[in-house]
Ligand binder design. Structure first.
Ligand code: ADE
Length: 248
């Protein structure tokens, strides 16, 4: 069955955008997933199809009207699909969420522009608010594309043999170990000897250590969660200055 995405947006031409290329693009052609972009302007008010207005209480920017946005939402056959509103105010998107979304029938994505969407429609329509990171994009479309990409690659048949699934970053809560390929020596930099040794157990151990080191240095939040999960003491906050040469 096809995994279905519907995007509600003022910029329908942004879809599928980059997802028309590469793995996602091939899967789209094969019918493994689909994306329909609906123009929110269609639901705008009056001859000028107005979709936004000034914020009550004052302040900069414009807010998308709840009557317009709800009309668009109610016109979509959700058919069990979560309705997701990408916004920097949302809870951070995690791989667990992605797995949940990819395992369902699809997504309806509400893409905001301007300062955002009137809060009442978000309450009334059981909208999941999701952030893709602590930075501000100019609208929800790019975030929606990021979210779709993360889901589409998990749809059975999309990645073929290219994803092992189990060994990726975050699947065990740690960052991935570093990768190397030919040539074994490049511009005076050699691939770690152990990777050329053929000792599979030793290689697995080295990779585990590299994963742990990268996570500890770069992502103290993930490292603390890992330690809590594996029942180890955090030993207090991790010093990022401990070995500044170790990671780049
Ligand atoms: N819209 C604008 N910025 C965003 C972000 N960081 N995450 C999700 N949606 C957004």
């Amino acid at each position: 069955m096809t995994w279905r995405a519907t995007a509600l947006t003022l910029f329908p031409d942004m879809f599928p955008g980059p997802l028309g290329q590469s793995l996602a693009g091939r899967a789209l052609e094969q019918g493994l997933w689909s994306v329909e972009a609906r123009n929110l302007r269609t639901y705008g008010i009056g001859r000028h199809r107005v979709v936004d207005d000034t914020p009550f209480g004052g302040g900069a920017g414009m807010v998308m009207r709840p009557d317009v946005v709800s009309a668009a939402i109610r016109d979509v056959g959700r058919e069990g699909r979560p309705l997701v509103y990408p916004t920097p105010r949302g809870r951070p998107l995690r791989q667990d969420d992605v797995r949940r979304y990819a395992g369902g029938p699809g997504l309806v994505l509400l893409c905001g522009r301007y300062e955002g969407v009137d809060e009442r429609v978000l309450e009334a329509e059981q909208v999941e608010q999701v952030s893709i990171g602590d930075y501000i994009l100019s609208g929800g479309e790019m975030a929606a594309l990021v979210l779709l990409d993360s889901c589409v690659r998990l749809i059975p048949g999309v990645m073929g043999s290219e994803a092992s699934g189990t060994e990726e970053s975050f699947s065990d809560g740690l960052l991935e170990y570093p990768h190397y390929t030919k040539p074994a020596s490049w511009e005076g930099r050699d691939v770690p000897d152990i990777l050329l040794s053929g000792h599979h157990a030793a290689i697995a151990g080295w990779r585990q250590t590299e994963s742990e080191t990268a996570t500890r240095m770069r992502r103290p939040d993930l490292w603390a969660a890992h330690l809590a999960r594996t029942g180890q003491d955090t030993g207090g906050p991790v010093s990022l200055a401990a070995d500044p040469e170790r990671l780049h």
